[in-house]
Design a protein around this ligand. Sequence first.
Ligand code: HEC
Length: 180
Amino acid sequence: MQDDEMDGRMSLWQRLALPLYMQIAFGLLLAGVLLAVVAIVVRGQGRRRVLRAMQALVGLSVASCTIPFYLGQLFTPHNPYSVPTAEVLEQGNQLYMRECAPCHGVTGAGNGPAARTLPVPAANFTIPHYATHSQELLFGWTKDGIPGRGMPAFGQRLSNDQIWQVLTYIDELNRKSLGQ
Ligand code: HEC
């Protein structure tokens, strides 16, 4: 099937591809706006009720887009070593030489001895491309591996802390290779 053929079948919602919580927030806001219009025509006691319902809907709308955002932040892994110490780099170095260098190479160029048998070349950590991935993504790939691509999961072998140490070391490797 052609790509443009697919495009023709997509609804407006699919094209916008808003996350579900944004759609809910938008719906609630829309309902609130409708109630504001109703409040213009309704008089007396009824108007007060409509206005209260409108406030509740707008409040819910704000909550339904901010709460998932902050919850997401809470559960996103963050590198605790964003300012690396010599000790962390040394620990990361040792882990790297033991666990990663066989494939990714001592210098990080992706040319370790074990890399020759892999389905795809081991990633090169000395090029600018490496630094384009977020820390969370690099953490996930190291912990869970990349299925079908020869990158093993280290979640059983290394603690979260050790993963961050080795990633901090690779970051340093990347910066130094690029002369930064
Ligand atoms: C058995 C070989 C092997 C070992 C050992 C290994 N890797 Fe990998 N790794 C790979 C391969 C192959 C890829 C490329 C996968 C791809 O292109 O989809 C990769 C990709 C990655 C990526 C994605 C980076 C990018 O720019 O795409 C990260 C991060 C990574 N490895 C971290 C590590 C860390 C950290 C260690 C050591 C704790 C390690 N790897 C050990 C084979 C290995």
